[in-house]
Every structure is written in structure tokens, then in C-alpha cells.
Write a protein that binds this ligand. Structure first.
Ligand code: UTP
Length: 288
């Protein structure tokens, strides 16, 4: 079955970004010239998916406004003759078919994905955390969708991680199928270097069979009362095979301030209009 839908959990508090996230959604933070979630939507479109369910919470209405038409702004731009900008703003609203789903309490990524069950309506679906930017050709989600079509089971994105990474991400116990594809035999959430099964981390991109919803329901909350998606995938493994794909491309972890800064500089350096000036600035700062 084709993957036609994507769920984007965006209901968290973004505590690593306080104070700005006190009054501004993390997913709307700007990287170079567009918000984080715009990169996520482009990645989803790159996989041929147009139906997107965004999981939100109180204080996140900026997300809905961003992907909606804005008649007042459009009339203003038209009156000022700023027709290029006008087209650009209209195009954002036409990017995809958006649905918004509420997560009443921030009870973890697994719980946020469960909120998408009615939207998904029994189909396989992609799930993406919008605080990661994947700069990949083809898009990272497209790579996962192709692997899903080949394997016929849930596929999660994998990347090589170091000892620090084992404290930040889920880690799998792999059985090698090809250089990039592994069967997941077991996994652990943030195990730390001593308990990590491998150096293959689970990095916020998934294509799930609908079986994940039942698995999430059967997953007990962790010590902090949150339902972790890694734990739910472990439950899913009791009933279905799960595969991992090492993605090709570059990932920026924009969930914390350093990763965000790194993404901002590196992605700006890739842009022809900023590249020369930014390189000159970096040279000037180095010589100081
Ligand atoms: P994170 O754990 O990175 O986001 O979850 P967070 O909780 O907002 O940030 P910190 O850790 O406090 O700094 C990854 C994605 O999952 C969403 C977040 O909005 C983020 O985009 N999420 C997380 C939910 O939608 N609901 C939750 O209960 C937790």
C-alpha cells in the first residue's frame, strides 16, 4: 500500500529552547529564511505525500496560521505591488492538505503519534519530528518510503552515533540485511554507552504500519510519565518485523541551541546569496 499520509508531532514544550519557546513554538523557529516545520513539509512532499496531520497543543496556533491563506497580508502585498512575495505567500498555503490534531497534554512522542490514529485511518504513514532538518536527495522520508515498499514493514531511520549520542537517542540491536538496511532485533531508549547495543541511533523519522497504534496503547509510560515511541516500537516487534535504514545525506539536530546554530550557519553557506558574505564574515572573525 502506498504511503499517502504523514504525522508531524509538534505539541512539545521545547524546554531546551527556553525562554523563546515560552511564547513561540519551537517548530516555528527560523532557519535561514523559513521555519523548521517548513523544511519538514518539503521533506514530506519530496516523498510524494500530500496529506499532513500536525499534532499541536495550546499556544501553537502560529503553525496553523503559517500554512493557511492570509487575506489581509495578501491584499497588502498586492496593493504595494509586491507580487513576487504575494505568490510566495499563496504557494505556502497551497503546499499540502493540512489537518490539525490536538494533544491535550505533552505525554511524549509516542502519545503524540497516537493522537494521529483517526487521521491515519488504518493506512501506513510517515512520522517526522520537525526539530530535525534532513538535507538529503532524495528526501529522507522518500528513502524510508522506498525501503518500506521493498520490505513491507515498519522502517525507522538510523544514523551512526557516538557515546554522547547513546545518551540522546534510541539505539537498536541490528541484524544486517544490506550495507544500509538492518532488521531491528531490539532497541533501547537513551541507553548510554555501557548499555548500547550498537552505534546505530534512531533519529526521528519513521514509516509505520498502523499496527504501531495498538503497540503505543500497550506501552507503559516511562519514569517521567511519557510514552516513548522507542518503547512502543519494542512492543511492535513482538508482532511485526521492524527494519532500520541508514539514511544518505546530512541531518541537523535543531532540537537544541547548538544544533540549531550549526544548521543555520551550514545551510546559509549553501545558499548562493549568503555564501560569499558569510565566508568573508567567518574569515574576519577568525583573524581577530
Ligand atoms: P522533543 O522531545 O525533541 O521536543 O520531541 P520537546 O519535548 O518539545 O523539546 P524539549 O526536549 O523539551 O526541549 C520531538 C518532537 O515531538 C514533539 C515535539 O513538539 C517535537 O517536535 N512532541 C514531543 C509532541 O508533539 N508531544 C510530546 O508530548 C512530546
Amino acid at each position: 500500500m502506498n504511503v499517502r499520509k504523514a504525522v508531524v508531532p509538534a505539541a512539545g514544550f521545547g524546554t531546551r529552547f527556553l525562554p523563546v519557546t515560552k511564547a513561540h513554538p519551537k517548530e516555528m523557529l527560523n532557519v535561514v529564511d523559513k521555519p523548521l516545520i517548513h523544511y519538514t513539509v518539503e521533506e514530506i512532499l519530496g516523498a510524494g505525500i500530500r496529506k499532513i496531520g500536525v499534532v499541536t497543543s495550546r499556544g501553537k496556533s502560529a503553525l496553523e496560521d503559517y500554512f493557511d491563506r492570509s487575506p489581509e497580508l495578501e491584499a497588502f502585498l498586492e496593493a504595494k505591488g509586491k507580487l513576487d512575495l504575494l505568490e510566495e505567500m499563496r504557494a505556502i498555503a497551497g503546499l499540502a492538505e493540512f489537518s490539525y490534531i490536538r494533544q491535550p497534554e505533552a505525554l511524549g512522542l509516542g502519545h503524540a503519534i497516537l493522537m494521529g490514529e483517526t487521521f491515519v485511518a488504518g493506512e501506513p504513514f510517515a512520522a517526522l519530528t520537525p526539530d530535525d532538518i534532513y538535507d538529503c536527495r532524495p528526501s529522507c522520508t522518500k528513502q524510508l518510503v522506498d525501503c518500506f515498499a521493498e520490505r513491507g514493514g515498519t522502517v525507522i531511520v538510523l544514523g551512526r552515533i557516538d557515546a554522547e549520542g547513546t545518551k540522546k537517542y534510541g539505539v537498536i540491536k541490528p541484524k544486517k540485511i544490506t550495507d544500509r538496511v538492518f532488521q531491528v532485533l531490539d532497541l533501547a531508549e537513551k541507553p548510554g554507552p555501557e548499555r548500547a547495543f550498537s552505534d546505530l541511533g534512531v533519529l526521528g523519522r519513521y514509516v509505520f504500519t498502523p499496527g504501531i497504534f495498538d503497540a503505543i496503547r500497550r506501552t507503559p509510560p516511562d519514569a517521567r510519565g511519557e510514552i516513548q515511541i522507542t518503547d512502543a516500537i519494542r512492543v511492535l516487534l513482538e508482532r511485526e518485523p521492524v527494519y532500520g535504514l541508514v539514511f544518505e545525506g546530512r541531518r541537523y539536530d535543531c532540537g537544541d541551541k547548538w544544533g540549531f546554530l550549526e544548521a543555520t550557519v551550514e545551510l546559509a553557506l549553501k545558499r548562493p546569496e549568503f555564501k560569499d558574505d558569510l565566508n568573508a564574515l567567518i574569515d574576519r572573525l577568525r583573524r581577530r
